[in-house]
Design a protein around this ligand. Structure first.
Ligand code: ADP
Ligand code: ZN
Ligand code: ZN
Length: 751
């Protein structure tokens, strides 16, 4: 018997292995097997299928070394979904399986899954039925402590799946307030028995479930419209302003799906948001809800995977993008919250998939419906709603009808000219911060750059310290008094002098959250301030702590990057400061204005979510810019229409599909030749759909030089034909011995 196995190597989709006769009966599609690969590597891999026809040449085929799981570790529809991913996003099936299988399934021993055992207590053999109790109690008559413990056992032990009364030792001792001595006495008398039982690491929700909130009339209407649109369309865009109660609408859709005995996947763009939403959903759905993200342990990951695989409990999964790959039995509904978020796109490594788009395909495979929710939809999704491909439901009023925040622009260029910008905070923002704090309310300050200063510069000759391995200037982090490369993470000492002109004075250029924090602390020494960016939230704990300190009012001012813009629901924030709108808009990317609009509207939306209207101070040097106008008026369509004109003109999505090719090599000249040759080969077939090769803004990372080629393909063109063209060109390049060590990566629909 010969089988095809998925291995975590980007060389081919599957690899052929021979099954020794004694293993034949154990192996089927989906089984997990251990195989050797190359000279001395061993991998665990999923069996994709059994070969009907033996391969032509069998002498080089290696045998399977061991069967790690005879039972399938994936479900059949999953494999279909993986195939779609590898096809569409131009990567190998094994790369998909590597990215999605919990690593407990993937490698031998060291990282593999281990069960958690705990001591449990049950009645000893011979004492299983109530009729025996009389004789038991006679045996413990002389020890009040043992009698007490035994009574507690009878009261608290529960019937297990295997049909015996049992309780964990820990729980028994806690509930009976007994000690080991009493328990050991009963064990010695052979009344109770202690044994090790496998237990779950997943937390159990002990509280009573609450009924869902009743939707208000506008929410109910939106709900009805969504249900209505599902009669004709599979995807519905819920365009609801911040704090309109989209989450409450989701809960009602979830409940209806569960009633049909189907499953729900609730996607969030970022682990950061899972805590708040988990708490909100658990109170309604309790243990039916499973949470899946990158910061849970590998063992928990395996447990969640197995629980889904064995239909052992979860009906709702709340998770980040990778949860689209879990072994769902029958999805009825997928919710993609904050659907516009770029973090739905996986950057590195392959598969570079977009979880929102992949979720829509996954839904089709399950016959499920999809709700895309956002206050600021992506241009692509809004376009799909306008053309009628998606249903469209709008929710324009906040819950409790609080007005959307009042956004006030401040012209910092003008203030600078008049020498009135003494700090990075305009006089108006300073005044409002004081008032807000005096009223006991909270302030959010948004600056989308971490660190102290994006770069240092020599006062005399303009020299800037750069990373030795990446072509990028280093960010100054004052707290650690060092320079950091935000691309490779390397850190450097501060230079004592400029190596070019020996001048000892370096000045900072621009500012990041760390400087904002320092300045705020100097200006408001009595106020407690916190900062939320990727430097202060390395662990999930620190993230939760910052949020909970802010929620319970220990912190008055929270400073942050885009992390504070997303979905968080704070009740006492009445002022938001956007410190530098221009930095968001001046990004060299066709999505810069869309992103800037989304980010600023979202951060603005954090102001005044209950009862009172909030205020937003928006600092910019271009108060007359049309995009600023759109933001002030909360005119989404205005932004959308202008963006669509530009995208049509310059051939961008949604009119064209983009594929970004990234070429890397250690040698700059070889890379140049290789990129030119690759572009030439592609132009033969694709003509002027090929842009470049270009040198990207960061042209060297980790000592590898980088060139990019961009393809602009008519939406609707054949994916298969395109894949053939790319594969052929790639093969021609890599077959050339000169270019052997080149790295070639594809990014389909880059964001
Ligand atoms: P969105 O997801 O649209 O930003 P949320 O669902 O977070 O809005 O709602 C904002 C706040 O209003 C939340 O605290 C939520 O619990 C509350 N809320 C919304 N709708 C209702 C409702 N029908 N009943 C009770 N509370 C509600
Ligand atoms: Zn200098
Ligand atoms: Zn670097």
């Amino acid at each position: 018997m010969y089988i095809e196995v998925l291995l975590p190597v980007p060389l081919a989709d599957t690899f052929t292995y021979f099954v020794p006769p004694e293993m034949e009966s154990q192996i089927g599609a989906g089984s997990l097997v251990l195989v050797s690969f190359g000279k001395n590597k061993r991998y665990s891999g999923v069996v994709s299928h059994i070969k009907q026809v033996p391969p032509a040449v069998t002498s080089t085929i290696k045998p399977v070394l061991a069967v790690e799981s005879a039972r399938p570790v994936i479900r059949r529809p999953q494999l279909r979904f993986w195939e779609w991913i590898s096809n569409y996003y131009l990567c190998k099936l094994g790369e998909v399986s590597k990215a999605v299988l919990p690593s407990g399934f993937q490698s031998e021993k060291e990282t593999s899954y281990s069960e958690r055992k705990e001591p449990f207590i049950r009645m000893a053999p011979g004492y299983e039925s109530a009729a025996d109790f009389l004789s038991i109690f006679k045996k413990v008559k002389r020890s009040a402590k043992q009698e007490h413990l035994l009574l507690a056992f009878i009261q608290f032990a529960k019937l297990s799946d295997a049909g015996i009364q049992e309780i964990s030792k820990k729980e028994l001792l806690a509930k009976s307030q007994s000690n080991d001595a009493a328990l050991n006495g009963l064990i010695e008398k052979e009344i109770l028995q202690k044994y090790e039982k496998t237990v779950s690491r997943l937390e159990i929700y002990g509280k009573e479930l609450k009924p869902l909130y009743t939707l208000n009339p506008l929410q109910q209407q939106a709900y009805n419209e969504i249900v209505q649109s599902f009669r004709q369309k599979d995807v519905c865009l819920l365009h609801g302003v911040t704090s309109s109660g989209k989450t409450e609408i989701y809960t009602h859709l979830i409940r209806e799906t569960l009633k049909l005995n189907r499953q729900v996947l609730f996607l969030l763009p970022e682990i950061a948001l899972t805590t708040q939403i988990t708490d909100r959903l658990k109170q309604f759905f309790g243990d039916k809800l499973g949470v899946y993200h990158s910061k849970i342990s590998n063992n928990e990951r395996v447990e969640i995977w197995n629980k889904l695989l064995n239909d052992a409990g979860y009906e709702i999964i709340l998770g980040v993008r990778s949860s689209v790959f879990l072994p769902f039995r029958d999805l009825g509904l997928i919710i993609v919250d904050e659907e516009h978020e770029p973090s739905y796109k996986q950057q590195d490594p392959a598969p570079r998939y977009h979880a929102r788009n992949a979720a829509i395909v996954l839904a089709t495979m399950h016959g499920a419906k999809v709700v895309l929710g956002s206050a600021t939809p992506s241009v692509e999704s809004f376009h799909n709603a306008q053309t009628g491909k998606y249903g469209y439901v709008r929710l324009d009023k906040r819950f409790e009808e609080t007005e959307l925040p009042n956004i006030i622009p401040v012209d910092v260029k003008e203030l600078r000219r008049k020498k009135k910008m003494k700090t990075i905070f305009s006089p108006l923002l300073m005044e409002r911060m004081k008032e807000t704090l005096e009223k006991g309310e909270q302030v959010l300050l948004f600056q989308n750059r971490r660190g102290f200063a994006p770069s240092l510069i020599c006062k005399i000759c303009d020299w800037t310290p750069k990373c030795r391995f990446c072509d990028i200037s280093l960010t100054y982090h004052k707290r650690h008094n060092q320079l950091t490369c935000h691309y490779c993470g390397r850190t450097y000492q501060l230079p004592k002098e400029c190596p070019e002109c020996k001048n000892t004075e370096l000045k900072t250029m621009g500012y990041g959250t760390e400087k904002v924090e320092e300045d705020i602390q100097a200006l408001f020494p009595d106020v407690s301030v916190d900062r939320m960016d990727s430097d202060t939230t390395k662990s999930k704990r620190s993230f939760e702590e910052i949020i909970s300190r802010f929620e319970n009012g220990q912190t008055q001012i929270l400073i942050g990057t885009q992390m504070i813009s997303k979905g968080l629901d704070f009740s006492k924030v009445s002022l938001v400061g956007i410190l530098n709108a221009d930095a968001l808009m001046n990004f060299p990317d066709f999505r810069a204005y869309e992103r800037a609009y989304q980010l600023m509207s979202q951060v603005a939306g954090r102001a005044g979510r209950r009862k009172t209207q909030g205020e937003v101070i928006l600092q910019t040097s271009h108060p007359d810019h049309p995009l600023i106008g759109n933001i002030l008026q909360q005119d989404y369509e205005g932004m959308f229409n202008r963006q669509m004109e530009e995208r049509e003109l310059f051939k961008y999505p949604p009119f064209f599909r983009l594929i970004q090719l990234t070429l890397k090599h250690r040698n700059e000249e070889l890379l140049r030749d290789l990129a030119n040759e690759y572009a030439r080969l592609l132009r033969e077939k694709l003509g002027d759909r090929v842009m470049g090769p270009d040198k990207p803004a960061v042209a060297k990372i980790q000592n590898l030089y980088i060139k990019k080629i961009l393809l602009k393909i008519e939406s609707g063109a054949s994916g298969n034909r395109l894949r053939e063209i790319l594969e052929q060109a790639q093969k021609q390049i890599l077959d050339n011995p000169t270019f052997r060590y080149a790295v070639i990566q594809y990014d389909v629909d880059p964001v």
